[in-house]
Design a protein around this ligand. Structure first.
Ligand code: EPZ
Length: 418
């Protein structure tokens, strides 16, 4: 399983170029089986979720290679469209291949990915939307046989929730559907804009990405092209909060400052400084962090749910009280019991975490409950008095490339033990 040992109390200072975005790269990998020919993704993060996605592409008959953060996918010979049950369970984000498979083959064999560490993770919005485009779903046990007997056709679809994954599947399927598709209440995350831009450079005709309404004029086919994956805004916040708990400072490169806008006010309320400076984002922490009142997680451009744990960990040792309301997932507070083992004073009431800031945390043996909860425990350990062991780091490896190496380069005393 592996664990990190962390000796807290070392001030983090320095600069980094943030890894490519996991949540940006995954839909681009899905798009590579939709387009004809070869796709090249530069600055692709080397993560277990990315390697799993490449194995899925191999399973379709694509030829893939991945070296030095460059993924190359030739989908010309792809002739299979099934994702194994256990793969869907292990990596639920593989549902994002659904729209691409239907667009390419008119068929897909997947399973409902089922729940994960942070919640039930239903796919009803994906299914309803694709049905509106002419897809037929037949269930056989946990397997879903998806087909579009008369081809994909454009439709007007109003999402009851701006689901990121459902929006991505709609972008992929509608790009090659017959006619026009309108998606109302579409997700507006930067990763949606990145996917739409990539598809447009492959020949798609998409407008409105990043706003609430997407318009997609289907085209006959798309041709693969090159893309540099954007910086990972969530990983950047992990490094900033890790700096903050040590009273440090950090210059982050390779990230669009605008993608961090929902976090600027909460960071400033906590006493941090965060500003654009040329091609970098300069971040500085105060000697003592302050409670920031309340944040509630919302779809972009609201406060990102993926940074909820990082902020809670940052404020565990601070002056004052903070409230964090988790509106997106139903069980994304599991890491808090682990923080309280480190001396935090946080009470969870349903979707609300009430953080009473304490003087300082102390080292403890803690267990990562999921990807972002795990990285938040490392953040907390960096500011704690003494040594902590954070186990189940395989969760963390799904979303952070060489986390311990990046933190050590900033002055952290952290070691991976297998
Ligand atoms: C994406 O997940 C991200 N994953 C998540 O990041 C992120 O937390 C989430 O978007 C929200 O920003 C990837 O991009 C790979 P959703 P996704 O569909 O697409 C409900 C991380 O840590 N819902 O926007 O699965 C769902 O239950 C991961 O990097 C339905 O009810 O998120 C949830 O409550 C975690 N029916 C809410 O919508 C559906 O059909 C948000 O889900 C789909 C979703």
């Amino acid at each position: 399983m592996g664990c990190f040992t962390v000796e807290g109390g070392h001030r983090l200072e320095g600069s980094l170029t943030v890894q490519g975005s996991k949540n940006g790269a995954l839909p681009l990998l899905a798009a590579s089986v939709l387009v004809n020919g070869t796709t090249c993704l530069r600055h692709c993060p080397d993560l277990t979720d990315i390697r799993a996605a490449l194995l899925i592409l191999d399973g379709f008959g694509c030829k893939t290679s991945f070296r030095d953060n460059v993924a190359v996918i030739d989908s010309a010979a792809a002739d299979r469209y099934s994702i194994a049950d256990e793969t869907m369970r292990e990596m639920r984000s593989s549902i994002v291949f659904l729209g691409a498979l239907l667009g390419r083959f008119g068929h897909a064999e997947v399973s409902a990915p089922g729940g994960c560490e942070i919640g039930l993770r239903p796919i009803d919005l994906h299914i309803e939307s694709l049905k509106a485009m002419g897809c037929v779903f037949e269930e056989e046990g946990s397997r879903l046989h998806c087909s579009c007997p008369n081809g994909l056709k454009g439709a007007t679809i109003a999402l009851s929730f701006p689901s990121v994954g459902a929006t991505e599947n709609l972008l992929l399927a509608a790009s090659v559907a017959k006619g026009k598709t309108r998606v109302i209440n579409a997700a507006r995350e930067p990763e949606i804009v990145e996917l739409a831009d990539f598809l447009n450079r492959c020949g798609a005709r998409i407008s409105g990405a990043g706003e609430g309404i997407l318009e997609i004029e289907g085209v006959a086919s798309l041709t693969g092209c090159e893309e540099t994956v954007a910086g990972d805004r969530i990983a950047a916040v992990t490094y900033m909060t890790s700096c903050a708990v040590t009273g440090g400072r950090l210059a982050v490169r390779g990230l669009d400052f605008n993608s961090l806008m929902p976090l600027v006010a909460p960071f400033e309320k906590a006493g941090c400084q965060i500003e654009r400076s040329g091609d970098a984002i300069n971040f500085a922490a105060p000697k003592r962090l302050k409670g920031f009142g309340m944040v509630r997680t919302m779809p972009y451009p609201g406060f990102p749910t993926d940074s909820q744990a990082a902020f809670t960990a940052m404020l565990a040792a601070s002056d004052g009280t903070s409230l964090v309301v988790e509106n997106i997932f139903e069980s994304r507070f599991k890491y808090i019991a682990q923080l309280n083992k480190m001396g935090a004073d946080i009470r969870v009431e349903g979707r609300i975490a009430v953080i009473q800031g304490v003087e300082r945390l102390h080292g403890a043996d803690v267990v990562s409950p999921d990807l972002r909860g795990g990285s938040a425990l490392v953040t907390a350990a960096l500011g704690a008095q003494g040594v902590s062991r954070v186990s189940a780091v395989h969760y963390i490896d799904r979303g952070y490339e060489k986390l311990e190496g990046v933190l050590a380069s900033l002055g952290a005393v952290i070691e991976r033990k297998t």
